[in-house]
Design a binder for this molecule. Structure first.
Ligand SMILES: *Cc1c(COP(=O)(O)O)cnc(C)c1O
Length: 366
């Protein structure tokens, strides 16, 4: 039995009636760009995160970019980001003309290593963007303390962490602002591209609302040079339906993760990205570690089991950032993890037999 990495068609089948009705109402009302469905989603998602404002946008990348821009991050500024993240975290910084400053990660959790942040703070540093990688909250208390000592802004890259908790607080509510992605494969996924910013700052919320719509304060009155980064009405409607299932889906992911760990701990040299105390991760990805990663991935592929590597190249070694002149060895932990990590199939619709299939194949490999 083939096991996909995730099963979006399967998820749609489970929600078909609700989703079809939602899509139909967007079409019959002609509410395509922004509009009532997006507004309703913004209210519901703000409540879900426990924040005052949510601004629906076209992607998580737009959310990161507009959030930084609203706080006036630009040329001459430095922003601290983990080196082992999806490129969008750093890209948003670069697009605004600012410089991403990379920090290595912790070996056990893969999260930004807070003990290495302060050494990277300079006169130019404006902000830190911790990433709640794989759905596990970063060390927010320590990061907020560092920011306080150096008078820095903190923004969460919460693109993998919809509903994850840190000391019972929801991701997206802990800092000056957070970016979420609703890319189809995320825990809360649209039918195309979508994202959002959450913040408790009304001025910032207002600025981002202007920026997403060509800097408009009212129709065709442009106070800023902005972007076209609105959320589509269809995405707002789909996300409204899916948001009602998100808590249950996250629970399901946690139980699948527990199941994998129970089956696979002690098999070969397998370890898992560890859970840290005081937080509830939502397992956007379930990541194991083994020195035989490449061979294992190849073996699983032959047995029709899809896996992924998040991410195969740490940002300092990408061509996109070659101009920063980093070299191999500059971020040894991230470089090491990159060789060992493997993301297993993980989606809430996963059947018992599919989990069994993956675990049996891995045991057979070892
Ligand atoms: C998905 C993701 C993004 C970007 O989101 P898009 O909606 O694809 O633009 C940014 N950061 C992280 C950590 C992500 O996983």
């Amino acid at each position: 039995m083939p096991v996909p990495f995730l099963d979006l068609p399967g998820q749609y089948q489970n929600l078909k009636q609700e989703i079809d009705a939602a899509l139909q109402s967007v079409i019959s009302r002609g509410a395509f760009a922004g509009g009532p469905f997006v507004e309703e989603f913004e209210k519901k998602f703000a409540d879900f995160c426990g924040v005052q404002h949510c601004i629906g946008l076209h992607s998580g990348t737009a959310a990161l970019t507009l959030l930084l821009q609203a706080y006036d991050i630009g040329p001459r500024d430095e922003v601290i980001v983990p080196v082992n993240t999806f490129i969008a975290t750093a890209e948003a910084v670069s697009i605004l003309g600012a410089s991403p400053i990379f920090v290595d990660c912790e070996e056990s959790s893969g999260l930004i290593d807070v003990s290495k942040i302060e050494a990277k703070v300079s006169q130019k540093t404006k902000a830190i963007i911790p990433v709640h990688l794989y759905g596990q909250p970063a060390d927010m208390e320590e990061i907020l303390n560092i920011a306080k000592r150096h008078n820095l802004l903190v923004f969460e890259d919460a693109c993998q962490a919809h509903g994850a908790l840190y000391k019972s607080k929801s991701m997206g509510s802990l800092t000056h602002g957070a970016a979420f992605s609703f890319y189809p494969g995320k825990n809360l996924g649209a039918f195309g591209e979508a994202g959002a910013v959450t913040t408790n700052d009304p001025t910032i919320a207002h600025t981002i609302c202007m920026l997403r719509e060509h800097g408009q304060s009212s129709k065709y009155h442009h106070d800023l040079v902005g972007w076209n980064e609105r959320m589509d009405g269809i995405q707002g409607a789909v996300l409204l339906v899916k948001l009602t299932h998100l808590k249950a889906w996250n629970e399901k992911r946690r139980s699948i993760a527990a199941r994998y760990k129970k089956e696979l701990l002690g098999v070969g040299d397998i370890r898992f990205i560890t859970e840290k105390p005081d937080r509830t991760p939502i397992y956007h990805l379930l990541v194991l570690r083994t020195a035989k990663r490449d061979a294992l991935q190849e073996y699983l592929k032959k047995h029709d089991i899809q896996t992924g590597i998040h991410y195969p190249v740490p940002l300092h070694l990408t061509k996109a950032y070659a101009h920063l002149s980093y070299k191999k060895g500059d971020f040894p932990i991230a470089e090491h993890l990159t060789q060992e990590i493997l993301s297993l199939p993980m989606f809430p619709e996963m059947k018992e037999e599919q989990i069994e299939e993956v675990c049996t194949a891995i045991k057979n490999f070892f």
